[in-house]
Design a protein around this ligand. Structure first.
Ligand code: HEC
Ligand code: HEC
Length: 336
């Protein structure tokens, strides 16, 4: 009798020991269908990466001579030292112009399936052609950009190296391609990626609580994939901006926006396309109400925000390149 009992207890213990790790594994495995780790870089066969192109892209990203005034670079609004954003409600561009929308981060943007809040550019190559010409941002022209570059011999030779297959490498399209190549390397893996790759201890128990809440509450219906967002359009009934409707003129697209990525969201305040919400707790509460029709409890918000903070990734150390000087023939800055 007694040995039977002991055997039973041992058997139960054995079964529990078998179940625990497989249960833990199945939680992690099912999250793998929702989220995927970030790659090191995002390739585009139409814009193959090479070292010279990435370096050239980095230089152009911070070179304010792409702007008419010689004052604004991509980095003015997508500051690589502050999470790839300007932390302003809406950005300031040419002649102190203030745009209608908040600047999203360039970190991990290359992995989104479209670019801009309304998805009007298909990839970072197409996107990078926009701001340089936008009168409220860099206010330049294709001719001015090419003239500035053509009068700087170091740039001329770097374009040749970056686009070896091209007979005439200095084109406006290639300016955008080089910048995009650099952006394709701006991935910021975090502890969450280590967790997805199998390191169960990579997240703290509070972060795990937050993760379980966002899964259970249904945030992940929209915030999923490697960027935890950035891969679908959804209605967000907030503010006056018509979002994707302005691009498609399709009634169903009124107030439809690209789902924002959660990567580095703790750094990219203020929130939403109008940058009106400064507090991450409040942004999470608004999401619960508008997107899930749920009033989240303070405790739920607390753990969700702890989880969101774990998505702040490692920003690669970016060495500031020395930019080549202008020459006598380089068109001067013009702030008008
Ligand atoms: C004056 C500020 C400003 C400058 C300069 C600027 N941007 Fe932006 N950028 C923005 C704003 C604002 C948006 C969002 C606009 C929208 O969605 O309508 C944006 C959007 C983007 C996006 C889309 C990200 C996403 O998640 O959809 C990328 C990528 C980007 N910019 C890269 C660049 C590059 C590259 C340059 C330089 C060639 C540049 N930007 C120059 C303000 C700026
Ligand atoms: C139905 C789809 C959907 C659901 C569900 C959803 N979101 Fe969102 N989320 C969006 C969209 C779309 C945006 C972009 C909003 C905009 O245009 O400003 C966004 C933006 C955000 C932002 C702001 C990011 C930024 O950089 O401005 C946060 C934070 C956020 N969501 C958290 C959550 C949380 C937490 C949940 C669950 C409680 C959730 N979301 C549920 C679609 C959704």
């Amino acid at each position: 009798m007694r040995t039977n009992k002991a055997f039973e207890i041992l058997l139960v213990l054995f079964i529990i020991l078998l179940i625990i790790p497989s249960a833990a594994l199945s939680g992690n495995e099912s999250y793998k269908t929702l989220f995927q780790p970030l790659p090191d870089r995002v390739d585009n066969p139409e814009n193959p990466l090479n070292r010279d192109k990435i370096l050239l892209g980095k230089m152009l990203f911070i070179d304010a001579r792409l702007s008419k005034s010689g004052f604004f670079s991509c980095n003015s609004c997508h500051n690589l030292t502050t999470g790839g954003v300007d932390n302003l409600p809406t950005s300031i561009g040419h002649a102190w112009h203030s745009g209608p929308r908040n600047a999203p981060t360039v970190y991990n943007a290359a992995i989104h399936t479209t670019q801009f809040w309304d998805g009007r550019a298909k990839d970072v190559e197409e996107q990078a052609q926009g701001p340089v010409l936008n009168p409220g941002e860099m206010a330049s022209s294709k001719e001015l950009v090419l003239e500035r570059i053509n009068t700087i011999p170091e740039y001329v030779s770097l374009f040749k190296k970056a686009f070896p297959e091209s007979k005439d490498p200095i084109t406006y399209e290639n300016v955008a391609k080089a910048i995009a190549a650099f952006e394709r390397t701006l991935m910021t893996p975090s502890r969450f990626d280590r967790y997805l790759k199998g390191d169960k201890k990579a997240l703290t128990s509070d972060e795990m609580k937050g993760l379980n809440i966002v899964v259970k509450k249904g945030c992940v219906a929209c915030h999923r994939g490697p960027a935890l967002g950035g891969n679908s359009f959804q209605k967000f009934d907030y503010g006056d901006d018509m979002g994707r409707y302005e691009v498609t003129k399709n009634e169903a697209d009124r107030k439809v926006f690209k789902v924002a990525s959660w990567r580095n969201v703790a750094l990219t305040y203020p929130y939403f396309h109008d940058g009106k919400v400064w507090n991450l707790d409040e942004a999470v509460r608004i999401m619960g109400e508008k997107q899930l029709n749920t009033k989240l409890t303070d405790e739920e918000v607390h753990y969700i925000v702890i989880f969101l903070n774990s998505l702040t990734g490692e920003m690669k150390r970016i060495d500031l390149p020395v930019l080549p000087p202008s020459t006598q023939n380089t068109p001067h800055p013009d702030r008008n």
